[in-house]
Design a protein around this ligand. Structure first.
Ligand code: BGC
Length: 333
């Protein structure tokens, strides 16, 4: 071996040993740094819950999620929020089934219908996973508890508000989120019973929006064309009243037509402020989410949980709003 090749071999050898030392050192660091981190992430929560809403990006459900996330932080819960992008019963059911299959510690969702949700909830509860119904109850199921509005009573309040706010002959059209869902049926029933004995009030038609803004607007449009005698609307889910208001304004009928909606989303409050919507039914979505998580934790920890918790519901009108309010904030919640 020449002198030159000895030098070349020694340089290569040195280079190899240095890089080996580096990779061992940094490799070790990566391993020792990463592992405890992962372990930490696994250990930072006590329970894993899933909240399955009717519609993921719906502003109303975002408030339920906010409450649930706040409680989750407080009680050391990993909370997953997952469900249909647009309201769809089959996707909703599938998401619940998948959550149950992944063996979470608790599921919070609506009990939209007795036919599809009661057997599903019962199966999940029998497999050892507690279910809390939120916003809509499947009252005959083995769910742990229901937290949400008394939906019949909230519809009843809306009917009484219509009576109090109007005089003379009233022909009312109802746009409801769904003909099929328990809470929507109860809201309509409550409303019908409240106005039943009032001879001057007639329900002309009940149409379905399928929780879709576009459909709510289409239905309001159609109603105004098919039933020019309609001079009042009741929208029974969070987006219905908003879309009714848009359509009524488009027809320049905001001074002739009375609107009562549901929920206190910023758009609804703006319509109340300007007088297009006269009244809305207040619900407490943040509290529903918060208490649902809290009660699930209480149950897992062996504490007794009541079978039904009704959150407050009431009518809100312009006079109930603070004079100046921050935009983008849902008041009344
Ligand atoms: C109802 C929710 C529904 C939402 C739709 C609310 O009034 O309580 O169940 O998903 O409206 O926008």
């Amino acid at each position: 071996m020449s002198r030159l090749s000895i030098i070349a071999y020694s340089v290569c050898g040195l280079f190899f040993s240095v890089s080996l030392a580096f990779s061992l050192f940094y490799g070790y660091k990566v391993i020792t740094h990463d592992l405890p981190k992962e372990k930490k992430a696994v250990e930072t929560y006590n329970y894993h819950f899933v909240l399955v809403p009717e519609e993921l990006d719906n502003e109303y459900w975002k408030l339920v999620e906010k409450g649930a996330q706040d409680a989750a932080k407080k009680y050391g819960v990993l909370l997953e929020y997952t469900g249909p992008k647009q309201a769809n019963i089959d996707d909703h059911v599938k998401t619940i089934e998948m959550s149950a299959a992944s063996k979470v510690d608790g599921i919070m969702t609506q009990g939209l219908s007795e036919e599809q949700f009661t057997p599903l909830i019962n199966r999940i509860v029998a497999s050892g996973i507690p279910v809390v119904t939120v916003d809509t109850d499947a009252a005959n199921s083995r769910r742990l508890t229901y937290i949400g509005t008394d939906n019949y009573y909230s519809g009843y309040l809306a009917g009484k508000a219509l009576i109090a706010d109007t005089f003379g002959k009233i022909n009312v059209a109802i746009i409801t989120g769904s003909f099929y869902a328990n809470h929507m049926q109860q809201r309509v029933k409550g409303f019908e019973n409240a106005v039943k004995s009032e001879k001057r009030i007639n329900i002309i038609t009940v149409q379905e929006s399928e929780i879709s803004r576009v459909k709510a607007a289409e239905k309001a449009n159609q109603i105004l064309q098919d039933h020019p005698e309609v001079n009042a609307f009741f929208g029974t889910s969070a987006l219905d009243g908003i879309e009714i208001a848009h359509v009524v304004k488009k027809f320049h009928k905001q001074h002739q037509i009375y609107i009562i909606g549901f929920d206190t989303l910023p758009e609804t409050l703006n319509f109340i402020r300007e007088g297009t919507i006269t009244a809305t039914v207040v619900q407490e979505p943040y509290q529903m989410g918060y208490e649902a998580v809290k009660m699930m934790v209480d149950h897992i920890q062996g504490k007794k949980v009541p079978p039904i918790v009704h959150t407050e519901t009431r009518i809100l009108r312009k006079a109930d709003l603070p004079v100046s309010t921050q935009s983008g904030k849902a008041e009344g919640n």
